[in-house]
Write a protein that binds this ligand. Structure first.
Ligand code: MRU
Length: 335
């Protein structure tokens, strides 16, 4: 369980309870469901989002597909697995978690308590994620010098994990140890995970911060206001190339130009052991409505075309270090 009081997902009384992140920060609404289909839709709409949180939710969802089912468990399980795997392609934690639950399914197939075995496994995945978040924060502390000012992008906090977060948990730990003085949070177009979610968390943690438009990052760096950048990751290739929220690569290029350290923080479950380099990472393309509208407000003509990749890939050559639950890796990366 996250020590922060912020919980993206929890399993309570045989149902998943999740905080609908599309409504934050103005409305804190929790949704309770035992339907894998509802959870799949929530992942697609980013009500549940952030690579580790998607993995944890998908694990519970796949297990829940067998709740109360005695007939044709394999067919039901396979249909649920396929549906959940189709929700978002880039965060590898989703596929990792589905595989873990599938292995447990095969090991226990035929048992009368199969559903319980799967729910217990999902609970283990969740608990491990909580512990990994704490380890990432510990391993990341060494990146800070006293009075650091940090820039982050998107949301890699408690809202994005089963625990207390990855990149934002490192930053929070830095603040709690008196090493981080101030945080700049990129608003993170088009869905504003920075100005809605990271800002919501920083406010709860009493960390001094300001939001900025994504395009302000260069100017902040030019004014020497940023000491380092830390972001999360959705998938890390074996050579360290890292997919994360669109705009992360921009920041890494800016950091190289301004000689500012650029760090990634993620659990080891975000490393894709089958992916040699970033070019092999599938990048999710989102619908153009995310650019033409915000919520129900149209902000430009829907006759215009739009290009909406949800993620980009930062080459490992631009990454100063990758903080995981095991350690702080330095280049050259060879996972
Ligand atoms: O589209 P999102 O909001 O799911 O994207 C999230 C990110 O890019 C995060 O930085 C990443 O998943 C790491 S979360 C600990």
């Amino acid at each position: 369980m996250a020590k922060t009081g912020i919980r993206a997902v929890e399993f309570i009384g045989d149902s998943l309870v999740y905080l609908d992140q599309t409504r934050l920060p103005l409305i804190e609404e929790y949704v309770k469901t035992d339907s894998y289909e509802v959870i799949a839709g929530a992942i697609e709409r980013l009500e549940i989002r952030g690579a580790p949180a998607i993995g944890v939710a998908a694990a519970y969802a796949l297990a829940l597909s067998l709740k109360g089912k005695t007939q044709n468990p394999r067919e039901t399980f396979e249909a649920a697995r396929k549906r959940l795997a189709s929700t978002r392609p880039t965060a590898v934690n989703l596929f990792w978690a589905l595989n873990e639950i599938s292995e447990t399914f095969e090991l226990n197939f035929g048992r009368s308590d199969l559903y319980t075995c799967l729910i217990n496994k999902a609970g283990e995945i969740h608990q491990e994620d909580v512990e990994k978040c704490e380890a990432i924060a510990r391993n990341g502390l060494e990146i800070f010098k006293p009075h650091s000012v940090v820039l982050t992008h998107c949301n890699a906090g408690a809202l994005a994990t089963g625990g207390s977060g990855t990149a934002l948990n490192v930053i929070k730990a830095g603040f709690e140890h008196g090493l981080v003085d101030f945080v700049y949070s990129d608003e993170t177009r088009p869905l504003f995970q920075g100005s809605r979610l990271t800002a919501f968390e920083l406010k709860k943690y009493n960390v001094p911060f300001a939001m900025n438009t994504d395009s302000t990052a260069a100017f902040l760096m030019q004014q020497k206001k940023i000491d380092l950048v830390v972001t999360g990751a959705d998938r890390i290739a074996l050579n360290g190339d890292t997919a994360n929220k669109i705009g992360t690569y921009n920041l890494a290029v800016l950091c190289a130009y301004h000689n500012i350290p650029f760090y990634i923080a993620a659990p080891e479950t975000t490393v894709d052991r089958s992916c040699p380099e970033g070019g092999a990472i599938k990048i999710e393309l989102r619908g153009k409505d995310e650019l033409t509208c915000f919520k129900d407000v149209r902000i430009t003509s829907d006759e215009y075309e739009a290009y909406c990749p949800a993620f980009d890939v930062t080459p490992s050559s631009l990454i100063s270090g990758i903080i995981t639950d095991k350690k702080l890796y330095k280049p050259p990366y060879n996972f």
